[in-house]
Design a protein around this ligand. Structure first.
Ligand SMILES: Cc1cc2nc3c(=O)[nH]c(=O)nc-3n(C[C@H](O)[C@H](O)[C@H](O)COP(=O)(O)O)c2cc1C
Length: 325
């Protein structure tokens, strides 16, 4: 048994209200974060927030099983971000997170996300402005990468964030240039940040199993760990890490997929469920490698109904084959 504080990461285009609902229904997370809400020269509106964070209207800012949801903002304008954060808090957000790690070109070109790692003073000002304005009982956190082109300034950036008074600092142990490349994550540098900055540090990057969570915690000294892709590869990963559960069996997967479809169909804001089902399968097949062929078969379907039929058929076949042994 471990007692890590596990946080469900923000993942733009993937971990929306529907997926948060599915994953928090089969895992206990300390809290979950929304996809980034990008702020340019105007604060977010109520409608935009409700769309990104349906939990605000549906369950007082928590998922159905009670997991608190923090709203993540991204941008360079401290005034409009602060006004957006205040609106989110008034509508029930349980925390605010500030994104200084997104590597997407579209975002970086407009001076947001990881692009700000080149301007630690600006990062400091944004964090300080939001922290000062938001009521003190609401956590304000920040999420950074180790740097833009290299990790030369990781400690300086972390100190700038820490000295702005944030409640926690999440560090994805890669630079912007590293993207998501395998074997580039630097848990040892996260350890330096934790030693240097007396604030809760959340370690993030390449935690895909109980073993890697334990190794990351050992190297970084962090008890707060953030799970992103791994939470999709193994839908009950938090239970695997903290409660000695086995990864869901192939037999249990149809129930998770059904849950995804039923939550997705009932979603207040329509989503392209067929596209999202293919996306979900593309993640879970990383761990459940026998889903590779069913995934390809689903990709040849024209719509959700036929995709679900094909998937049910393929998974039944897999189970029948298993029972023969
Ligand atoms: C498709 C995708 C979307 C992401 N969107 C966000 C985002 O909206 N905000 C953010 O801070 N990080 C975002 N990230 C980064 C993740 O939160 C996380 O830091 C990164 O994937 C490393 O963790 P992992 O190795 O556990 O996946 C995204 C990552 C991926 C793969």
């Amino acid at each position: 048994m471990n007692n890590f504080k596990l946080i469900l990461a923000p993942m733009d285009g993937v971990l929306d209200g529907v997926m948060r609902e599915v994953l928090t229904s089969c895992n206990r997370y300390h809290y979950a974060e929304t996809e980034f809400v990008r702020i340019v020269d105007r604060p977010v509106t109520r409608e935009q927030l409700f769309k990104k964070v349906p939990e605000l209207i549906e369950n007082d800012g928590c998922t159905i099983n009670g997991t608190p949801v923090y709203v993540q903002f991204l941008g360079e304008n401290r005034e409009t971000i602060t006004q957006s954060a205040l609106l989110a808090v008034r509508l029930g957000a349980k925390g605010i997170d500030l994104n200084f790690g997104c590597p997407a070109k579209k975002v970086n070109n407009s001076h947001g996300g990881a692009a700000l790692l080149k301007e630690p003073e600006l990062i400091h000002d944004i964090c300080a402005c939001v922290r000062d304005a938001v009521p003190s009982d609401i956590p304000v956190t920040a999420k950074m990468r180790l740097g833009y082109e290299n990790s030369d300034d990781y400690l300086f950036i972390a100190e700038k964030i820490y000295s702005a008074g944030v409640n926690a600092l999440c560090v994805h142990g890669r630079t912007k240039i590293d993207g998501y490349l395998p074997n580039t994550v630097r848990w040892d540098l996260i350890a330096d940040i934790r030693r240097q900055c007396p604030v809760t540090v959340i370690a993030n990057g390449d935690i895909f199993s109980r073993e890697s969570a334990e190794r990351c915690a050992e190297i970084t000294g962090c008890e707060h760990l953030m799970l992103a892709r791994g939470a999709l590869y193994i839908p009950n990963l938090a239970e695997v890490i903290n409660n000695d559960a086995e990864p869901l069996s192939y037999e249990s997967l149809p129930a998770v997929i059904e849950k995804f479809i039923s939550v997705g169909s009932a979603s207040r804001y329509p989503i392209n469920l067929f596209a999202r089902l293919k996306q979900f399968l593309s993640y879970i097949k990383v761990h459940y490698t026998r889903l590779e062929q069913p995934f390809r078969n689903v990709c040849h379907c024209d719509d959700l109904t036929s995709a679900v039929k094909v998937l049910q058929h393929d998974i039944n076949e897999m189970q029948n084959e298993e029972n023969q042994y």
